[in-house]
Design a protein around this ligand. Structure first.
Ligand code: HEC
Ligand code: HEC
Length: 389
């Protein structure tokens, strides 16, 4: 009651002050009505990721159990030494180096994102070249620099371990031998997804801080709250909330924030999207368990954006979740930033210099002029986002 009256009071104030506010923006109390709405959207993440009906086994516990063993098994790689876990391990389900080691001494071109909370994403990979978590898994499996595998190697491994073959038969009503090559890869991807959907870290001290802060706003004591400066900087001077919003603190979109990259993959999303749209494994394709056309429509919208707003795809990368960020360094798709303090410095200077990355920086990425206190408050805020298992 009190909260809503305060909210409507702020709404009226904002509406009546209108122009006057923009003239003395710094005077506007934090949070305003819109910011309070966005604060309310940040906390309390559900334990279970959104449903994925393109995999009928997505939430099947038997599939998750088999998926877990496959995730950890280097026998799925052609070299016999690299598993999913090799690059997605430890508390942060990633590696501590900027890039990771695959088969035959090859290094990945990019930093492995965490697989924690992965299925809250709408797109996968830094450049969005997979549209479902199950089809994403086919990419590292078959990549020559990661697991260098194929359906023959995977089928042989499923047959070599009696429990694998038996459980596979039960879940898919056919043996690995009776499954075609592409379908076999898709099925293994679906088992891996079922496992990954169970490896989430959600409730974090951050959620409690945001809830307490909102209560303090209601009581009119927000300026005394320990989270005040961090949240205010996240929303105002830092503009972080523009892209890192909602419970995952990610907008499910792609932006060019000017991360230096001279590699062949530097164009990012612009090169990846066409391949994803034409891919036999995408969610609109023959291996999806949902065939109602919804995925085809969704991908058509992306296809038309790629034609009409191509420049927005150039040098753009997926906004990563900030949940568990303290566990997943180094940062950015290149892994160029070692610490969260480095990330804050990166944003404070407005990204890397023009000419060191492909395309044009998004408008919000510019010099921020943060004070030392504001920088420290942002780092503290980011550190509070680590969730419990
Ligand atoms: C050799 C290291 C390596 C191996 C092995 C590996 N990955 Fe990855 N993983 C990466 C890298 C690097 C990326 C980012 C690639 C990119 O975006 O271009 C990634 C991305 C991902 C993502 C995307 C997360 C997101 O938020 O977009 C998921 C999920 C994932 N891997 C799961 C797996 C699974 C499942 C396997 C096993 C089948 C696997 N990985 C094997 C290095 C590896
Ligand atoms: C215009 C959208 C946008 C804004 C504004 C923005 N970010 Fe990001 N953020 C991104 C994108 C996109 C990436 C990944 C970029 C890349 O790797 O090329 C990213 C990466 C990060 C990472 C590294 C994540 C990881 O897993 O490596 C952190 C931490 C981060 N941002 C925090 C912040 C903070 C703090 C602010 C405010 C000071 C902020 N961001 C503002 C879009 C944004």
């Amino acid at each position: 009651m009190k909260n809503s009256s305060r909210r409507s009071a702020r709404l009226i104030t904002l509406a009546t002050l209108g122009l006057a506010l923009s003239a003395c923006e710094s005077e506007e109390p934090f949070p305003n009505f819109d910011e309070l709405t966005r604060l309310n959207e940040l906390h309390t993440m559900t334990r279970k990721p959104p449903a994925d009906t393109t995999n009928r086994l997505a939430d099947d516990v038997r599939a998750a159990s088999l998926g877990h063993r496959l995730f950890d098994d280097p026998g799925l790689s052609s070299c016999g030494t690299v598993s999913c876990k090799s690059c997605h391990d430890g508390e942060g389900k990633t590696v501590k180096e900027p890039t990771a080691l695959g088969c035959n001494g090859n290094r990945t071109g990019r930093n492995p994102p965490t697989t924690l909370n992965a299925d809250y994403n709408r797109w996968f990979m830094w450049d969005g070249r997979a549209d479902r978590l199950w089809n994403q898994a086919i990419l590292p499996l078959t990549s020559p620099i990661e697991m260098d595998s194929n359906a023959t190697v995977v089928r042989a491994r499923l047959n070599a371990v009696a429990s694998y073959a038996g459980e596979y038969q039960e879940l898919f009503n056919k043996s690995p031998d009776a499954t075609g090559d592409d379908e076999l890869l898709a099925n293994v991807g679906k088992l891996l997804q079922a496992y990954e959907r169970t490896t989430n870290r959600t409730a974090a001290p951050f959620d409690e801080d945001v809830k307490r802060f909102i209560a303090a706003v209601d009581a009119g004591t927000e300026k005394d709250d320990p989270a005040y400066l961090g949240l205010k900087t996240y929303f105002r001077k830092g503009q972080c909330i523009v892209c890192h919003k909602g419970v995952t603190m990610a907008d499910n979109l792609f932006h060019n924030i000017g991360v230096k990259d001279a590699s062949a993959g530097a164009p990012g999303q612009v090169d990846a999207t066409q391949k994803m749209l034409d891919w036999t494994f995408n969610a609109a394709g023959p291996y999806s368990d949902r065939r109602d056309g919804a995925d085809a429509l969704r991908l058509e919208a992306v296809r038309s954006d790629l034609v009409n707003k191509r420049f927005e795809f150039e040098g753009a990368y997926k906004t990563p979740t900030l949940r568990n960020i303290a566990l997943t360094g180094p940062y950015m798709h290149t892994g160029e930033l070692a610490t969260l303090a480095d990330v804050v410095e990166f944003y404070d200077k407005g990204g890397d210099p023009v000419g060191t990355f492909v395309g044009t920086k998004t408008v919000t990425i510019q010099e921020l002029g943060l004070t030392d206190e504001e920088k420290a408050s942002l780092v503290k805020l980011l550190e509070s986002m680590t969730g419990a298992l």
